[in-house]
Design a protein around this ligand. Structure first.
Ligand code: EPS
Length: 389
C-alpha cells in the first residue's frame, strides 16, 4: 500500500475543485501563502486564455491542518471556481441544463472517446473533467509536498526548454537561476529564446493555432536510495515517468540523457564514479538524471516532458458530430494558445508528490521529527562506511 496518496475532484466550470492528500507526517509546518504562490504561477505564462483573467485561485484548507501544522490525517484542499457564477445554468448538479449541448468533438481531446465510453450525449460531460483545470489541485497538493521536502532540504524547480520548435540554448542557461522568479513569461532562462517563444505564441494565436513544448523538472538534495530495483512498480524512475505522463497533454518523458541513450555508446552515456577526499563516491556528469537501477543515486534528478499543443483551435480541425454523426469542424471553446509554462509548474507538483511518497515509504511518516531522525541515521550509516559492519 502506498504511504502517501491523493485524489482530485471537480469539473472545470463546477462550483469548486477539491483534493485530498493522505499520509503526510504530523507536525509538518505548512504555509498557505506558499500554496497560493504556486497556484498563481500555474495561472501565469504567456499565451494563456480568458479564463485566467476570471480565476484568482486561492486555496482553502478544510481538514488535516491545525494552526499551521499537519495533524497526520487527510489534508483536504479546495479552490473555488469563480467562473461557476457564470456557468451555474450549464453545470448545476440538479435541475435542467440551459443552453445547447456541445456535440462537435475536438481531435486530440478526450471528447470523442469519452462520449462513447461513458455513454454521454453532451461532450461537456467529458470535457469538464478532462480539462487541464484539474491540474489546479495537483499544484495545490504539490505545493504542500514541496513544503514537506523543503523541511528536509530538498527543492523542486523547473524551466521551459522549448515552445513550438523554438529551443533554449543550453549554453545560455544559468542553472543557478533555476527556481528564481520567471521574468521571461514563458519560464525560459535563455532570454533570446524566450523572446522568440513569445513571438511564436503571438504568431500561432493570430492563425488560430496552438503550441506545445518541452519543460524540465529538477530535484536537488535528494538522498541516494529512494525507490528500489527490487520490483517494477516500486522503481522511482517508473513512478516519476507515470506521474509526468499523467499530466494532461504530455506525450513524452525523458530521464537524464533520455532518448540520446539509444544512440550513443556506453562509454559516452554512463556517468563515471570517482572517490572524493571525504571517501564518498561522486560523479562528474549526470546523464543518468539522478536515477540508476530504479533508485535515486544522490545526484540531481532531471526529467523532461513534451507537451502537445492544446487541442482547442480557433481555426478548428475536421471532426465528427456525436449527435448527427456528420463530419463537422471541431467545436471552439475559449482556451489557451500555449500553456507549457503552466505545465512545468504542474510537473514540479507531480515530481514533489512522487519524491515525497518515496521518502515516506523509506523513512516512515507518522511524525516529522521521527522521519527527520530516520533520515539522519541513514545518512550517517552511509557516511561512516557505506555499510554497517
Ligand atoms: C484551464 C482552464 C480552462 C482552459 C484550459 C486550462 O478554462 P476554460 O475552459 O474555461 O477556458 O483554459 O483547459 C484546457 C486547456 C483544456 O483543454 O481543457 C486551467 O485552469 O488551467
Amino acid at each position: 500500500m502506498t504511504m502517501l496518496r491523493f485524489m482530485t475532484a471537480g469539473e472545470s466550470h463546477g462550483p469548486c475543485l477539491t483534493a485530498i492528500l493522505e499520509g503526510l507526517p504530523a507536525g509538518l509546518k505548512l504555509d498557505e501563502a506558499a500554496i497560493n504562490r504556486d497556484l498563481a504561477r500555474r495561472q501565469g505564462g504567456y499565451g494563456r486564455g480568458g479564463r485566467m483573467k476570471i480565476e484568482k485561485d486561492k486555496v482553502q484548507v478544510v481538514s488535516g491542518v491545525r494552526f499551521g501544522r499537519t495533524l497526520g490525517g487527510p489534508v483536504t484542499l479546495q479552490v473555488v471556481n469563480r467562473d461557476y457564477a457564470n456557468w451555474g445554468g450549464r453545470m448545476a448538479p440538479f435541475g435542467e441544463p440551459e443552453g445547447p449541448k456541445v456535440t462537435a468533438a475536438r481531435p486530440g481531446h478526450a471528447d470523442l472517446t469519452g462520449v462513447m465510453k461513458y455513454d454521454r450525449e453532451d461532450v461537456r460531460d467529458i470535457l469538464e473533467r478532462s480539462s487541464a483545470r484539474e491540474t489546479t489541485m495537483r499544484v495545490a497538493v504539490g505545493a504542500v509536498c514541496k513544503e514537506f521536502l523543503r523541511a528536509l532540504g530538498i527543492t523542486v524547480v523547473s524551466q521551459v526548454l522549448e515552445i513550438g520548435g523554438v529551443k533554449a540554448d543550453p549554453a545560455k542557461i544559468d542553472r543557478t537561476k533555476l527556481g528564481g522568479e520567471d521574468t521571461s513569461e514563458v519560464g525560459c532562462l535563455d532570454a533570446d529564446a524566450a523572446a522568440k517563444m513569445r513571438e511564436a505564441i503571438d504568431a500561432a494565436k493570430k492563425k488560430g493555432d496552438t503550441l506545445g513544448g518541452v519543460f524540465e523538472v529538477t530535484v536537488r538534495g535528494v538522498p541516494a536510495g529512494l525507490g528500489t530495483h527490487i520490483q517494477w512498480d516500486r522503481r522511482l524512475d517508473a513512478k516519476i515517468a507515470a506521474a509526468m505522463m499523467s499530466i494532461q497533454a504530455i506525450k513524452g518523458v525523458e530521464i537524464g540523457a533520455g532518448f540520446l541513450c539509444g544512440s550513443l555508446p556506453g562509454s559516452q552515456i554512463h556517468d563515471e564514479v570517482f572517490l572524493g577526499t571525504d571517501g564518498m563516491p561522486y560523479r562528474k556528469t549526470n546523464r543518468a538524471g539522478g536515477l540508476e537501477g530504479g533508485m535515486s543515486n544522490g545526484e540531481e534528478i532531471v526529467v523532461r516532458a513534451a507537451m502537445k499543443p492544446i487541442p482547442t483551435l480557433m481555426q478548428p480541425l475536421n471532426s465528427v458530430d456525436v449527435e448527427s454523426h456528420e463530419e463537422v469542424s471541431a467545436c471552439k471553446e475559449r482556451s489557451d494558445t500555449c500553456a507549457v509554462q503552466a505545465a512545468a509548474v504542474v510537473g514540479e507538483a507531480m515530481m514533489a508528490f512522487v519524491i515525497s511518497e518515496a521518502i515516506c515509504e523509506k523513512f516512515g511518516s507518522d511524525a516529522i521529527c521521527d522521519l527527520k531522525r530516520a533520515i539522519r541515521a541513514y545518512e550517517e550509516r552511509i557516511r561512516k562506511g557505506w555499510c554497517e559492519r
